[in-house]
Design a protein around this ligand. Structure first.
Ligand code: PLP
Length: 342
């Protein structure tokens, strides 16, 4: 197993080929993976067992992979970008960093996953969906005798000073989803006014999207703005976490997958692409602390997975918020007006 260590995780060659399978003859595939480490590893190992193709894994947040693909455009190192929020996948498609492909399983997918594929001219496709919301440490909140937040408006209450974490939109797709969601819920200027108020209560903007969940689980923050499925998965492990979807309405991600333009192993990349859309592959998520809604209609979600139909969702404009220009504009406005504040 080879590991390319980055701050979030790293490059990992899984090295679990079944006896008799030849890495030489089957070759390798380089996967940039933007889901939880556990799921990245389990998927890679299952794919290696199934195909004999060696997987070289690099685990990083969505914003970071988007930036890395741009930096590597003249000499691509990845074959597939697997997982992470859909907006930066759409931006990569628009920037011509990824290529169109029509998978055999297209007809087995939920309409939201197919829409992502259609919207990008076939360059990215939904592999799961996840809803943005809050989590809080139930013991910490009880010890301070505070009311749990249920609405976006609650997060700016003075009693939550320094008690909230969210990720940084420059590196994290989760945080970008939060910015785009607030703009769609409130209108842009109000959303930025809100984010400045929220900033007073933020103790840390983490690099990765799921970090506030882990930190809340370990009582290092009281509240996190996160994808609900990550917090539900940690609660399922026994951590004292509860969750809420904001009462004003919330956004969601279509976790996506793209084939990298100029990747050195295009055939193995397509093998991964096809395999990872299968119900069999997607059902691995729930066994690996990943409670997203799978995009294959026959794949089983974890019984505790948040259900899209139970939550007040905004009509998320993926075309608009997935465009590279809009993304750049919103993130730099945040950096200048909010991120720079003391
Ligand atoms: N890890 C998990 C479990 C996720 O659900 C997501 C969202 O797609 C990500 C990572 C993406 O992380 P980031 O916000 O750091 O881009």
């Amino acid at each position: 197993m080879k590991r390319w260590i980055g701050p979030l995780a790293g490059f990992i060659a899984c090295g679990l080929l079944v006896p008799g399978a030849s890495a030489q003859s089957k070759g390798e595939v380089v996967v940039y993976c933007s889901v939880l480490n556990e799921w990245c590893l389990a998927a890679s190992q299952a794919f290696e067992r199934k195909t004999g193709v060696k997987v070289i894994l690099n685990v990083k947040g969505s914003g970071e992979v988007g930036a890395q693909l741009r930096a590597e455009a003249s000499n691509p190192r990845a074959d597939v970008w697997w997982g992470g929020t859909g907006d930066p996948h759409l931006a990569a498609a628009e920037a011509d960093l990824t290529v169109a492909y029509k998978p055999a399983a297209l007809g087995e997918l939920h309409p939201w996953a197919v829409k992502q594929w259609e919207q990008s001219g076939g360059k990215t496709i939904g592999i799961y969906a996840g809803v943005l919301g809050f989590t809080w440490n139930t013991e910490l909140i009880a010890s301070k005798k505070l009311q749990a937040p249920k609405c976006w408006a609650d997060l700016t209450r003075a009693e939550f000073r320094d008690e909230i974490q969210m990720s940084n939109p420059s590196s994290s797709g989760t945080a970008y989803t939060a910015l785009a969601t607030l703009i769609q819920v409130m209108g842009e200027d109000k959303a930025f006014g809100y984010l400045k108020g929220l900033h007073r209560n933020i103790s840390q903007y983490t690099r990765s999207g799921p970090a506030p969940v882990r930190n809340a689980a370990r009582a290092e923050t009281m509240i996190g703005i996160i994808f609900l499925h990550d917090a539900v998965a940690e609660a399922n492990e026994g951590f004292p976490l509860a969750t809420a979807a904001p009462c004003e309405g919330t956004g969601y991600e279509i976790g996506s997958m793209s084939l990298v333009k100029g990747g050195r192993n295009p055939d193995n990349a397509k093998l991964w692409y096809e395999w990872s859309l299968s119900a069999e592959a997607q059902s691995l998520a729930k066994e690996n602390k990943s409670f997203q809604v799978p995009s294959n209609r026959s794949a089983a979600a974890h019984p505790k997975a948040p259900r899209l139909e139970d939550i007040k969702l905004v009509d998320y404009d993926f075309a608009k918020y997935g465009s590279s220009e809009e993304r750049k504009r919103i993130v730099s406005r945040w950096e200048q007006e909010v991120g720079m504040l003391p």
